[in-house]
Design a protein around this ligand. Structure first.
Ligand code: MOS
Length: 744
């Protein structure tokens, strides 16, 4: 009865606010509900297939060869020696085509290629392929390689600072307004301090993995990717193929946190090996290779300056960040991202520079920018409150900007003060004492607070929604679920709008043969893909209304029935052979017309041990306003995970490079301390009710990253409140507290 043609397809560019969302009118009553993950049973039963788990016929096993110098050249690789190992099929060396580094997220170009020159310790220089993984690993670890060493830069020192101004990266490299120096001179109170944060690794549980298989000049890669559409373009460029010749399948991903936004070196290696051998090749990075040769969050040195009047009104904000990266890589950690708009203040200076080092690529890791930028800014704000002698929440209240203090545009929605006030009430903030006053035996106790902010992003994304003749619904898109709950919340959007129970929805994600999507990153996934599905469903609702003979506005869809004009007809009876629509959302003028961000407030209570200097987090509370919450359970889990990330950032996580060789000293999960159960106390997450009509048709804002933003600062501020010791050098390990603690 209805064609499958393009006529149902609909595109919306967010040039105007979207005042009324159909999600507020749905009666299926699933949106927002704390439903368990639809993919949960498959994951816990081991039937969700991750990249490395596909079994292809005649598959060979590749293990990557890591360079064991920090800077220099590969003179020779003894391929014959490696081939003599039992079970080894071949060693694939292609100095020109191998990827030197991972690519950054969203880029459509190839990553930097060419690996004869070694730019960092652990760089991937070849791949050994065997009949078994063990055979390949054995040879890969023992293959004789001759190097010519060169002098590298293996330590982070401001004397290696790059001279040129960097290209902008989500946020301007350099920006200024007014005159900060004068504001500092004339201020009643000032803060001028340096906060430093170390390099960090995403440490997704699943290592980077690719299985490459060729068919008649076309490449299929089963990979662990956050953004398959652009990843396929990157891989095609790297191999000199047209994008249509590369298909990426990424159905389940064991965490990404930014490390899988762009392609990593194993994908190119697997593709080249599979081509040479004429059979599928699987390449899974070893854990140390994930640390050494994917992507790290840059370390930062952040000079924070605040100027304030006698009553704490901020007159100047300076946030000057120096991060690090490889010589030809201009990505900088955008630590000042939310400093642009979090607080009022006429005089502002926000800059980003790079020190060039021979360490692995630095790039995006969960909440690039804010995650470490707020450790500096929110620490400095706490220091200012201390100097002014007012409560840090009151200080924030006094500096709440009525609109974006730089761009002078309105905020789309902003409930920062409400989050702080709600949190203060729930957390018992009024019981907070002066630093060093609360003691229980050998423990000093204290509370800290920090604001959370994360810019909201909408990305061009499509989704196809099809209603089959049996009334079942299939949603397909090159979107991914990196463990965040996308399968579930996107099902909820479709179920709510098409009035079908959740179990009638089939989600097909993670295949570039389906319509393109921006994938998962930057907290844009739910809003971008949710909006694309919304648009497709809205189109289908129009068709269903037509078929029922009512206005779309008079149509109610519930429990697979179409109801209107006093009739109730099964949806299946209205769709004929089936109907489908592709929805596409695009960012538009709303991006600049308003400032969009998710906000929140973190509260932490810690205990600092007087004898050992160890810090135990006792409890944390996060209050967030992120627009519509699509699923209270998965949203909460995102925030809990972010807060646990914050504990690691504050107290333990640290990627240390040996300054003599450039080798990572910490390159596995035994040494890279992520918070474990014993480190993570009772965490509480609360959402404020909010809608954002400027953001998108579903009125939600990003939530995947806000949980980490400010979380570490709240802990550091709590440590100060407990002990009176201000540590500005993260992570706050025992040795940084011990010398300053009073004798026990
Ligand atoms: Mo995120 S760091 O954009 O996965």
């Amino acid at each position: 009865m209805f064609g499958l043609g393009k006529s149902n397809d609909v595109t919306l560019t967010m040039d105007r606010p979207y005042a009324e969302s159909l999600l507020d009118k749905g009666v299926q009553d699933v949106i927002g509900k704390p439903l368990s993950r639809v993919d949960g049973p498959r994951k816990v039963s081991g039937t969700a297939t991750y990249a490395a788990e596909y079994q292809l016929a005649n598959m060979a096993y590749g293990v990557l060869v890591s360079a064991t110098i920090g800077k220099g050249k590969v003179v020779s690789i003894d391929v014959e020696a490696a081939k003599a190992f039992p079970g080894v099929i071949d060693v694939v060396v292609d100095f020109d085509t191998f990827a030197l580094v991972s690519q950054q997220g969203g880029e459509t170009a190839a990553p930097a290629q060419g690996v004869k020159g070694v730019e960092y310790f652990g760089q991937i220089i070849a791949i050994v392929v065997g009949e078994t993984f063990e055979a390949a690993r054995d040879a890969a670890e023992q293959i004789p390689v001759v190097y010519e060493r060169e002098t590298g830069v293996f330590d982070f020192s401001l004397e290696h600072q790059h001279e040129k101004k960097l290209p902008d990266n989500n946020t301007p490299a350099h920006s200024s307004q007014g005159d900060l120096d004068t504001a500092m001179r004339e201020a009643a109170f000032t803060v001028d301090v340096i906060y430093t944060t170390p390099s960090q690794n995403s440490v997704a549980m699943e290592p980077h993995a690719s299985i490459a298989t060729w068919d008649d000049g076309a490449l299929t890669v089963y990979g662990a990717y956050q953004m398959p559409t652009s990843d396929a373009q990157q891989l095609a460029k790297a191999l000199g193929l047209s994008a249509s010749k590369v298909r990426i399948i990424s159905r389940f991903i064991g965490g990404g946190f930014g490390s899988k936004l762009g392609i990593a070196p194993e994908s190119v290696a697997a593709a080249l090996a599979a081509k040479k051998l004429g059979r599928p090749v699987k390449a899974v990075m070893l854990r140390h290779q994930v640390f050494e040769a994917t992507v790290r969050r840059s370390n930062t040195s952040q000079r924070m300056r605040l100027a304030a009047s006698a009553n704490g009104t901020i007159t100047g904000i300076g946030h000057e960040t120096t991060a690090s990266n490889l010589a030809e890589q201009d990505y900088f950690e955008p630590a000042g991202l939310s400093t642009h708009f979090l607080y009022a203040g006429e005089n502002r200076l926000i800059t980003h520079d790079l020190v060039r080092v021979n360490w692995l690529l630095s790039g995006s890791m969960r909440a690039p920018g804010e995650a470490v930028g707020l450790m500096g800014l929110e620490g400095a704000i706490d220091e200012l409150a201390e100097k002014v002698g007012i409560d840090p929440i009151e200080l924030r209240r006094r500096n709440e900007p009525p609109r974006d203090p730089e761009k002078k545009v309105p905020f789309s929605s902003r409930h920062l003060i409400e989050a702080l006030d709600t949190g203060a009430e729930m957390f018992g903030w009024s019981k907070r004492q002066k630093p060093g006053q609360r003691r229980e035996g050998e423990w000093l106790l204290g509370m800290g607070v920090a604001a959370a902010a994360r810019a909201n992003i909408l990305m061009e994304t499509s989704a196809k929604v099809a209603i089959g003749k049996d009334g079942s619904v299939t949603v397909s898109s090159a979107m991914t679920d990196i463990g965040t709950g996308s399968y579930t919340i996107l099902s909820q959007v479709a179920a709510e709008l098409l009035g079908v129970p959740m179990d009638r929805i089939t989600m097909k994600l993670g295949d570039t043969n389906d319509v393109p999507a921006a994938g998962s990153g930057g907290s844009w996934g739910a809003c971008s893909s949710g909006s694309a599905i919304y648009l497709a469903c809205e189109s289908l609702r129009g068709k269903l209304a037509n078929a029922l003979g009512v206005d779309a506005a008079a149509l109610t869809l519930k429990d697979a029935q179409a109801i209107g004009d006093n009739r109730s007809v099964p949806i299946a009876e209205l769709v004929g052979e089936g109907m489908e629509a592709v929805g596409t959302i695009k960012p538009g003028k709303q991006t600049k017309a308003v400032n969009q961000a998710t906000y929140g407030a973190h509260f932490a209570e810690v205990a600092v041990n007087l004898v050992t200097g160890e810090t135990r987090v006792r409890r944390m509370l996060g209050v967030f306003a992120a627009g519509r919450i699509l699923n209270e359970k998965t949203a909460r889990s995102q925030c809990l995970g972010g807060m646990a990330f914050g504990i690691g950032a504050a107290l333990t996580e640290d990627m240390i490079h040996d300054s003599r060789t450039g080798q990572l000293v910490i390159r596995d999960l035994a040494e890279y301390y992520v918070p474990v159960n014993a480190d993570v106390p009772q965490l509480q997450v609360v959402f404020l009710s909010e809608r954002d009509i400027h953001a998108n048709p579903i009125h939600a804002k990003g939530i995947g990253e806000v949980g980490i933003c400010g979380a570490g600062a709240a802990i550091a501020n709590a440590i100060f409140n407990a002990s009176g010791i201000r540590v500005r050098d993260f992570p706050i390990t025992l040795d940084k507290l011990l010398p300053h603690l009073p004798a026990f």
